[in-house]
Design a protein around this ligand. Structure first.
Ligand code: VG1
Ligand code: CO
Length: 543
């Protein structure tokens, strides 16, 4: 077998976004597209010679053949070994764990996460560092720079190898170890949570529904919840991963996980419900008759994490992305621990986790995680909730009511306006940015604007600076509007409008969030002139 050096030329637009490079699947399957990007990854990290990597993906369409291409390229670039999930499938948190467990030089994850999959949907690739976390901006910038100057890539002409068979093999001199996708991850979960207590809760009649949305977490959830924790067979639904996610949009929110929502709000709802996304790093948590917003979930987990054995010593700190509500900050203040506000995307949590400053992290976009890996982790969040429910012996609704009574409630919602023409969205954001200096002191909807800026972040560990991470409009009464454009979409632009209003209680803690936020929503529309620029008056998705 020989190493081929293939001549190529730069392909425009290979710039990683919030979480890796995501494009329409046919684009990724186009001539040299995947190959150029993978070579750029290897080049940007100083080559693959002698290195060990983890490889896996969320199982979406093209996952299997992309894995074979990446393996042949790793071999041709001199990698020593690649650890691959069986059938090239790994959830994102499981991949992060394998990178750390095996002390590898990083890993390549094939996923477009919550984006739909299939021949005409989305595909994606990202690189994670030796700490298990997404490559930081400096590294993704270096990858992008390589894609703009690439002239050749290296690939072995070896035939496909059988990734269904667990064990060791070689590909053109490179060792390939195929591992069970679930085993190591499940073992990690057993070290963090009180499995006997959760098992006893299930034995005592506790009921649950976990909607895996035909995505990667099915086998993980079935093994952990049903096999190890004794949840009733059938607790996990849509548990078989499919290349097109069964046509579902694998984004765990009330809109896309509507089957779960209907069941949880219905007359025969189980005690607890959860869903996860395409690659298993997101989670939605629902109690019987009560939806838990991701920002509130982070706050409740922070306030109660000590009930789980893995966090019994307490937390060093809590980090949240800037658009995430300040509910977790209130818990951090009460606990006297550190609190951090980062830009959107898990890559910004890595340094805080590595430095031991933060133990829990979260985003409003259904992402929660801890220092056990360097990715958000959907099933982990579900297990921490189960551990808390087993320890407190209360319903989700009761826990939420007590939490709001103690800390007040940060009413919160995100409104997404999808597939806007990019030039219109850019013009709107530019106009908004241009108006920021004039906003403080203005009154809108009876609220006075106290400050307005474009969020910039200086990493407290390495000093790196990230500019233009989202427009913030802060009101004197503590309400807040944040606006930014998505960095994960593949069609036009998606405008995200994040809305927040604090109610200290004791009254006014049980309003409908959309009603509680109505003046803030109206203010967002008028300040950004959303309809004027985009023609949109109502969001496509509300979470
Ligand atoms: C979105 C979310 C962000 C999340 C990212 C990746 O990014 O808002 O919080 O980290 O997706 O999540 P954006 O740029 O579209 O707003 V995942 O589960 O898709 O890897
Ligand atoms: Co995801």
């Amino acid at each position: 077998m020989t190493v081929l050096t293939i001549a190529t030329q730069p392909i425009a637009g290979q710039k990683p976004g919030t979480s890796g490079l995501r494009k329409k699947t046919p684009v990724f399957m186009g001539p040299h597209y995947l190959q150029n990007f993978v070579q750029a990854i290897f080049d940007a990290i100083g080559g693959a010679q002698g290195k060990t990597f983890v490889l896996g993906g969320d199982g979406r369409y093209f996952n299997d053949s992309a894995a074979q291409i990446i393996l042949r390229m790793a071999a041709a670039n001199g990698a020593a070994r690649v650890i691959v999930g069986q059938n090239a499938v790994l959830s994102t948190p499981a991949a992060s764990h394998l990178i750390r467990l095996n002390k590898t030089d990083g890993g390549i994850i094939m996923s477009a996460s919550h984006n739909p999959g299939g021949p005409n949907e989305d595909f994606g690739v990202k690189f994670n560092m030796p700490n298990g976390g997404p490559a930081p901006e400096a590294v993704t910038e270096a990858m992008f720079a390589r894609t703009t100057e690439i002239t050749e890539y290296r690939i072995s002409d070896a035939p496909d190898i059988d990734l269904g068979r667990i064990g060791d093999t070689t590909l053109d001199g490179m060792a390939v170890t195929v591992v069970d996708s679930v085993t190591d991850y499940a073992a990690l979960m057993e070290t963090l949570f009180d499995f006997p207590a959760i098992r006893a809760m299930f034995t005592g009649g506790f009921t649950m529904r976990f909607d895996a949305m035909c995505a990667v977490t099915g086998p993980y959830a079935t093994e952990i919840l049903e096999n190890r924790l004794g949840a009733a067979p059938g607790t996990v639904t849509h548990g078989t991963p499919l290349p097109d996610f069964g046509g579902m949009h694998p984004d765990p929110n009330p809109t896309w996980a509507h089957e779960l929502m209907a069941e949880m709000m219905g007359p025969n709802a189980p005690d607890f419900g959860a869903a996860s996304d395409g690659d298993g790093d997101r989670n939605m948590v629902v109690g019987r008759g009560v939806y838990v917003s991701p920002s509130d979930s982070l706050a409740v987990l922070a306030a109660n994490a000590h009930l789980a054995p893995g966090y019994a010593r307490g937390l060093a700190g809590v980090a949240r992305s800037m658009p995430t509500s300040a509910a977790a900050d209130r818990v951090a203040d009460a606990l006297g621990i550190g609190k951090y506000e980062t830009p959107t995307g898990w890559k910004f949590f890595g340094n805080l986790l590595d430095a031991g400053r933060a133990t829990l992290c979260g985003e409003e976009s259904f992402g929660t995680g801890s220092d056990h890996v360097r990715e958000k982790d959907g099933l982990w969040a579900v297990l921490l909730w189960l551990n808390i429910l087993a320890a407190r012996r209360q319903s989700v609704a009761a826990i939420m009511a007590e939490h709001f009574a103690k800390y007040g409630r940060n009413y919160y919602s995100r409104h997404d306006f999808e597939a806007i023409a990019t030039d219109k969205a850019d013009a709107m954001m530019a106009a908004l940015r241009g108006s920021l200096a004039t906003l403080p002191g203005q009154e809108v909807e009876g609220m006075t604007i106290a400050a307005a800026d474009d969020f910039a972040y200086t990493d407290p560990i390495d000093g790196s600076v990230s500019q233009k991470q989202g427009v913030r409009i802060l009101f004197a009464d503590g309400s807040r509007i944040v606006m930014r454009l998505s960095g994960t979409g593949t069609e036009g632009a998606t405008l995200r409008v994040y809305l927040e209003r604090y109610s200290p209680g004791p009254d006014g803690l049980d309003h409908d969030p959309q009603e509680a936020l109505a003046p803030v929503i109206r203010a967002a529309h008028s300040l950004a002139r959303i309809a004027e620029f985009t023609g949109r008056t109502t969001p496509d998705v509300i979470t």
